[in-house]
Design a protein around this ligand. Structure first.
Ligand code: ZN
Length: 198
């Protein structure tokens, strides 16, 4: 017996949907919940730790995340809020917003499902305060650092029309410039869609 493989896609750099500010989610309808479910499936199919609705072609303020907790971060200690977030993974966040950022910054290599095979260091605030709603409508609010804080900043950037490649130092930007241009050129002939079947 043959089983047809499911097809998943994400939009790639150069697609206008990725450089536009996404609209707030109004009511959390069944359509929004279905969209979140499809985004989860794509994120898993592409082995991502986060996906924003624009990457799925929907210009809405909705993200899904599945951030793994490293032994280092666990050993360094989590705040009760961070612990509750990690215990809730994977999770969908509706209208997520950064409300404050720490003065201290951290640098770490980032990648993105919409920017395949390109990795570069990004300097971001080490900790952020953020708020969002769960799909149930329950509001959540708290502070996160580490990979979780970084992932939230990266995904919320997508909702404002920015890719991590917009956040690079001039040196890092120069280093990936050729590769990025080739990615956009490739995207033009593939409708800015990256497809996988699983
Ligand atoms: Zn991304």
């Amino acid at each position: 017996m043959f089983k047809r493989k499911a097809r998943y896609e994400v939009r790639t750099a150069g697609d206008p949907v990725l450089s536009r500010a996404a609209a707030p989610v109004g009511m959390i309808t069944d359509e929004i919940k279905q969209l979140a479910e499809k985004m989860f499936q794509s994120m898993v199919a592409f082995d991502g730790i986060g996906l924003a609705a624009p990457q799925y072609g929907e210009s809405l303020r909705l993200i899904v995340i599945d951030v793994p907790l490293s032994d280092e971060e666990k050993a360094a200690g989590l705040t009760p809020f961070e612990e509750s977030m990690y215990n809730s993974m994977p999770m969908a966040l509706v209208n997520p917003e950064i409300t404050a950022v720490s003065g201290d910054v951290a640098e770490r290599d980032e990648g993105c499902l919409s920017v395949p095979e390109i990795y570069a260091p990004v300097v971001r605030p080490a900790r952020v305060a953020f708020r969002a709603q769960l799909l149930s409508g329950t509001p959540i609010e708290g502070e996160c650092g580490g990979l979780l804080g970084r992932c939230l900043q990266h995904e919320i950037d997508h909702l404002d029309g920015y890719l991590f490649t917009d956040r690079l130092s001039p040196e890092a930007a120069r280093r990936i410039e050729g590769q990025f241009k080739r990615l956009v050129e490739f995207g033009k002939s593939h409708d800015f869609r990256r497809v996988t079947r699983k």
